[in-house]
Design a binder for this molecule. Structure first.
Ligand code: HEC
Ligand code: HEC
Length: 358
């Protein structure tokens, strides 16, 4: 009898214990669910806010019709890769792949080497360098080697490609002779192989936006950036990575991972021309979405933000050859760095013309 009572008490204790564990478990589940609901709610609030911003953006980006930048029907189109000789095809395709997905091979998490800032050549050379007025490679094969004032020397395509690695991609170029460098140069040569030596391809490179009578205004550009660019390139200019964290979905505008002070886009005329024909995403030379003033003011704002620097002391060894919008002195003319950066550029160009004539 006594033994039985002891057993009953033991059983009771076990049951109470089990009950306690159960209650504890349920409590844990409830807390977890509450947490989930709370966080989920926050997240959907975020989504909501974003969609509000996006709606505002779409409203503010309501189609303003700007005239086409070029009505010609005979703009350059790239030589067709599928027509390339079989023996060259795999190298050409690798070259194209390196232009399109540079970061995947050569970026900070690249599978071949870690040489660059994570951007792709294609971020600025649209459609693998074949888009009219999308900074395409149409005139490269036909015009290089050529003299360039920036280096004060005759440059071949290797040197020009290396320049973009060191400036636009703020990194180091693969060596001449490496599989990667050879493939890139072969690809660039191939796409422009249908342009006669010495000729310039129509619609090649960057569109030349008309110069303003005033200086470009970073304050106006800031307002425009918030309305038309921020949804992709972000408020802090850092862009947005792909989910894999290897390359960008939206490339950076400024900051540590953007192009450096020595890059072409750091010149206001290059930036304005590039975005006039191509940004916000969806714009083309046929249907631009920015006025000339907007393009200049956006260029002024983005290029007034911090970015990596580069030793440019060897650039433009003949200062009288310095391009009008190179923002670093000394200059052969009487205008300062501020005006060489933001304009107005017409007086600078007029003075340069005089010097050339005289
Ligand atoms: C941040 C933007 C940017 C990126 C990224 C970039 N480039 Fe460029 N690239 C430019 C600009 C701007 C120019 C000058 C265009 C001009 O002066 O009209 C240029 C010029 C060139 C030219 C000469 C074109 C000509 O017609 O003279 C070549 C070749 C070139 N880039 C190759 C590359 C390659 C290869 C990569 C990737 C390794 C690359 N670029 C990445 C912006 C960029
Ligand atoms: C809908 C998204 C979107 C919007 C909005 C947008 N961009 Fe872009 N932008 C892109 C993408 C994507 C690329 C790269 C294109 C590619 O790789 O094919 C790019 C590339 C660029 C580049 C060259 C690469 C770099 O990072 O330096 C510049 C400059 C640029 N955009 C400026 C602007 C400006 C200025 C605006 C606002 C007027 C703008 N973008 C609006 C998506 C966008």
């Amino acid at each position: 009898m006594e033994g039985n009572t002891q057993k009953d008490v033991d059983k009771l204790i076990k049951q109470v214990n089990a009950l306690l564990w159960c209650v504890g478990g349920i409590l844990l589940v409830v807390v977890a669910m509450l947490l989930l609901i709370f966080v989920g709610d926050e997240k959907s609030k975020e989504d909501f806010d974003n969609s509000e911003v996006n709606r505002a953006l779409i409203d503010s980006a309501a189609p303003v019709n700007h005239p086409s930048l070029d009505e010609s029907t005979d703009l350059w189109t790239a030589a067709d890769l599928s027509q390339a000789p079989a023996s060259a095809k795999s190298q050409l395709e690798y070259g194209k792949e390196l232009i399109v997905n540079t970061a995947k091979y050569l970026g900070p998490k690249g599978s071949v080497a870690h040489l660059t800032n994570g951007m792709n050549c294609q971020n600025c050379h649209l459609n693998a360098g074949t888009q009219p007025y999308g900074n395409n490679y149409g005139s490269v094969a036909s015009t290089y080697p050529k003299y360039r004032g920036r280096s004060g020397a005759i440059e071949d395509i290797y040197k020009r490609v290396a320049d973009c690695f060191e400036r636009s991609l703020n990194g180091v170029a693969p060596k001449v002779g490496s599989k990667e460098m050879e493939a890139i140069v072969a690809y660039i040569n191939y796409v422009g192989s249908n342009v006669k030596k010495g000729d310039k391809a129509k619609g090649a490179g960057i569109y030349e936006v008309a110069l303003l009578d005033r200086a470009a205004d970073p304050a106006k550009g800031k307002v425009l950036y918030a309305a038309k660019c921020v949804s992709c390139h972000q408020a802090d200019g850092s862009g947005m990575m792909n989910a894999d964290g290897i390359g960008y979905q939206y490339p950076p505008m400024w900051g540590d991972h953007s192009y450096n002070h020595g890059a072409g886009l750091y010149r206001l005329s290059r930036f304005a021309g590039y975005i006039k024909a191509n940004m916000p995403l969806g714009a083309t030379y046929k249907a631009p979405l920015l006025s000339d003033e907007e393009a200049w003011d956006l260029a002024a704002y983005v290029n007034s933000m911090p970015r990596p620097s580069k030793d440019l002391s060897k650039d433009w060894p003949k200062i009288e050859e310095k391009i009008f919008d190179h923002p670093f002195g000394p200059y052969a003319d009487a205008f300062g760095e501020e005006q060489h950066k933001y304009g107005p550029f017409k007086p600078i160009k007029a003075a340069q013309k005089k010097v050339k004539k005289g």
